[in-house]
Ligand binder design. Structure first.
Ligand SMILES: NC(=O)C1=CN([C@@H]2O[C@H](COP(=O)(O)OP(=O)(O)OC[C@H]3O[C@@H](n4cnc5c(N)ncnc54)[C@H](O)[C@@H]3O)[C@@H](O)[C@H]2O)C=CC1
Ligand SMILES: CC(C)CC(=O)C(=O)O
Ligand SMILES: [Mg+2]
Length: 368
């Protein structure tokens, strides 16, 4: 199969982990007989430096024409004092919005060999398998006005949602639950926010269409607590943009590191942008120590969701699993044993383990 993939390295460790994605793509192409062409485009701080905008038109055009997009991460101290519209993060928000990628799927399932690397007790996290379905193109990150007033002493951010935006992401949550264990936890702050009360209304209306799905409502503060004390109680969590952003970083603790989590940002027709959940990690950027596995597992999500290459996706996931079982790990994973390796060496281990035969259990039971 021929596929054209747009690569958006971005900033900081984003540039480093995109190199890992490229190597894994080359290995999948060779092993399975595909042709993957790639086109690298600027986004975030990198784009500000070269084109004076975090999202150049050429980047948008390329993304619209590609079969799928892989993104590293954006942001960094260098651009933190720029006006809101010029910040690197605007580039990422902009591409999500422009492409209509309203559903962000963040599977959180730890590899058995990493159970002991989590600061949480093994018996608590063992067997946990959560899919966070996060609304991605509405809410506080996009609402207008968002500004300073009265000499900078008053600030306004706007939380705006249309009912239809809630309906489509909540539908996604129900559909994901149906493909997994038929349990949906809807997370909101309905005791305080009007937007959350409407959200809860929509969930209760929608659940009539999905009588096979067991639905639970949780307030976000309690959900944050329960996620790390009783993670096994969750199957699919569906929530609005900012709550999903925060809860997914928290959930990464179940897997041992934020560097382990992949994500898929999709719309209904299969178009998708795939990126690790983490940011540009300025504290470790440029040192060659970043964990590339969140990025590599995002490649697996792309193969599965956008290209319908289930065997290839599972082979990548299996290669990651085997590499970890062989003891290879980057510094973010708190391990006393095994072999501490760089970003490049971790990637090489995955490439080495990647074979057609290596297809067994998929770690991401997140079909959409
Ligand atoms: N999707 C994106 O592009 C995102 C961008 N950001 C941006 O990234 C910048 C840094 O934000 P932070 O709050 O520090 O979040 P971050 O996710 O970049 O880093 C948080 C912590 O996790 C560690 N970490 C992250 N990725 C890692 C990896 N692959 N391997 C090993 N350790 C890893 C970092 O070293 C840091 O200690 C900011 O400019 C922020 O706006 C933040 C989150 C998402
Ligand atoms: C615009 C981003 C930096 C948001 C974020 O943290 C994320 O999508 O995980
Ligand atoms: Mg985030």
């Amino acid at each position: 199969m021929n596929k054209h993939i747009i690569l958006l390295p971005g900033d900081g460790v984003g540039k480093e982990v995109i190199e890992s994605a490229k190597q894994v793509l080359r290995a999948v192409a060779t092993e399975f007989g595909h042709t993957f062409t790639t086109d690298e485009q600027a986004i975030g701080g990198e784009a500000i430096d070269h084109y004076d905008t975090p999202l150049p038109e050429a980047t948008v055009k390329a993304c619209q024409e590609g079969d799928a997009i892989l993104l590293g991460a954006v942001g960094g101290d260098k651009w933190d004092t720029l006006p809101a519209d010029k910040r690197p993060e605007k580039g990422l928000l902009g591409i999500r919005k422009t492409l209509g990628l309203f559903a962000n799927l963040r599977p959180v399932k730890g590899f058995p060999s990493l159970l002991h690397t989590s600061p949480l007790k093994e018996h608590i996290i063992s067997g946990s398998d959560v899919l966070i379905v996060r609304e991605l193109t509405g809410g506080l990150y996009f609402g207008q006005p968002s500004e300073r007033r009265e000499n900078g002493n008053v600030v306004v951010d706007t939380l705006h949602y249309h009912r239809e935006e809630m309906e489509r992401i909540i539908d996604q949550g129900f559909q994901s639950a149906r493909l997994r264990h038929n349990h949906l936890t809807s997370v909101d702050k309905a005791n305080v926010l009007e937007s959350s009360r409407m959200w809860r209304e929509v969930v209760d209306e929608k659940k009539k269409e999905y009588p096979d799905i067991q639905v639970e409502h949780l307030l976000v503060d309690a959900a944050a607590m329960k996620l790390i004390t009783q993670p096994n109680q969750f199957d699919v969590m569906v929530t609005e943009n900012m709550f999903g952003d925060i809860l997914s970083d928290e959930a990464s603790v179940l897997t041992g590191s934020l560097g382990m989590l992949p994500s898929a940002s999709i719309r209904s027709d299969g178009v998708g942008l795939y990126e690790p959940v983490h940011g540009s990690a300025p504290d470790i950027a440029g040192k060659g120590v970043a964990n590339p596995l969140g990025m590599i597992l995002s490649v697996a999500l792309m193969l599965r969701h956008s290209f319908k290459m289930e065997g290839e996706a599972a082979a990548v996931e299996q290669a990651v699993k085997e590499s970890l079982e062989q003891g290879y790990h980057t510094a973010d994973l708190q391990m006393e044993d095994g072999q501490l390796v760089s970003t490049g060496q971790m990637t090489e281990a995955v490439v080495e383990n990647l074979t057609v035969k290596g297809v067994s259990d998929s770690i991401c039971s997140m079909y959409v």
